[in-house]
Write a protein that binds this ligand. Structure first.
Ligand code: UT7
Length: 330
């Protein structure tokens, strides 16, 4: 009998734009202060993609190119590119389609996957299934968002959290027991009332009124989302550990979505994990939505060791949430 094929992460890439928007910059834009932002969220600065005619594909492409350069691999070897994002360059064609063109990934097909802050986990599980089935040999799973394109910089409740950035991983078949081992993904559309963008979709197409009423920005009821996020992310991470017979001691790293440091701390505590095992870069990048988890892997890559049990966890708009268990492959 042939060995079971799993999808191993064999390379990681990332990209954040140069421009830094600091808490003190925001103090000049809205009624807020550095102390409040740090203690309530953990964010100190975030990156912004400045310039005209630049979209999320301009974050995804350098992230994937970084991965290809490190792996010494040609873009033509990519079979499929999946992009988790809620800020696509356009409704259509997909950001994955545009990114493949810019990268020269001539042999790839691809698509976008919209699951907000859980976008990378949904995309990773989907990409892993393409590898496990034998349908693809090299799948690039990317997550990234140009959140600055949908943030209202006069709304102090949202503009302090979000930033721009993207990360990507390469998935390849493995038979040595490493790779994506398990995933629990959930969604509940009832949560949409607390976090959404009111206009610009088919339900309410763009009009002069929707622009005047600022309906093309993120609408978030912070407290309600916080309440669900703390429980959702912690519960699903704990459930994943239980069903894989893991204790806090067995987990080398938690890679949490970076929405709020308090949500991350609660998840680590529920998992029985010491906080030095938690990847945290919210202070530097804020919440880059689908970009947070791969950006953490990108920054922590040299600390990860073959065989490490790594739990990725997210909660976000939809609501969508989930946790994925990976045995690190290199
Ligand atoms: O990644 C997608 C999923 N999103 C999340 O996971 C976000 C979850 N929610 C959160 O992280 C938090 O709810 C926020 C960071 C958005 C807000 O923090 P909070 O501790 O829930 O604040 P709050 O909305 O309860 O507001 C507390 C107080 C209010 O003042 P009063 O009514 O007590 O006088 C707000 O008006 O803080 C005030 N406030 C601010 N003060 C200074 C709200 N935003 C700010 C601000 N600066 N930027």
């Amino acid at each position: 009998m042939s060995a079971k094929i799993s999808a191993a992460i064999t390379a990681v890439g990332g990209y954040v734009p140069e421009y830094r928007l600091t808490n003190s910059d925001l103090e000049k834009m809205v009624d807020t202060n550095d102390e409040w932002i740090r203690t309530r969220t953990g964010v100190e600065e975030r990156r912004i993609l400045k310039g005209t005619q630049l979209g999320t594909s301009d974050l995804i492409v350098p992230a994937v190119q970084n991965l290809l350069d490190k792996k010494k691999m040609s873009a033509e070897e990519i079979d499929c590119l999946i992009v988790g994002t809620v800020t696509p360059d356009m409704f259509f064609p997909s950001t994955a389609n545009l990114a493949c063109h810019k990268l020269g990934a001539k042999n790839a097909w691809g698509f976008d996957l919209a699951a907000a802050c859980s976008g990378f986990l949904y995309a990773l599980t989907t990409g892993a299934a393409l590898i496990e089935s034998g349908r693809c040999k090299k799948v690039v799973v990317a997550g990234g968002d140009k959140m600055s394109s949908i943030v209202d910089y006069s709304d102090r409740a949202t503009c302090i959290i979000f930033g721009d950035g993207a990360g990507a991983v390469l998935l390849e078949p493995s038979t040595d027991g490493n790779g994506v081992l398990d995933s629990i993904l959930r969604s509940d559309g009832a949560g949409s009332q607390h976090l959404h963008m009111k206009a610009g979709g088919s339900l309410k197409p763009a009009s002069i009124d929707t622009v005047t009423n600022k309906e093309h920005y993120i609408y978030q009821e912070g407290q309600a989302v916080f309440k669900y996020a703390v429980k959702g992310m912690a519960d699903v991470s704990y459930e994943l550990m239980q069903r894989n017979n893991l204790t806090g001691d067995d987990v080398a790293w938690l890679v949490p979505h970076q929405a709020n440091k308090r949500i991350i701390d609660a998840t680590a505590d529920r998992m029985g994990l010491s906080h030095d095992k938690v990847m945290l870069n919210i202070q530097r990048y804020g919440n880059t939505t689908a970009g947070t988890i791969p950006l953490c892997l990108w920054e922590w890559e040299d600390k990860l060791k073959k065989g490490d049990n790594v739990v990725l966890a997210a909660f976000g708009g939809g609501f969508t949430w989930g946790a994925t268990l990976i045995k690190w492959a290199y």
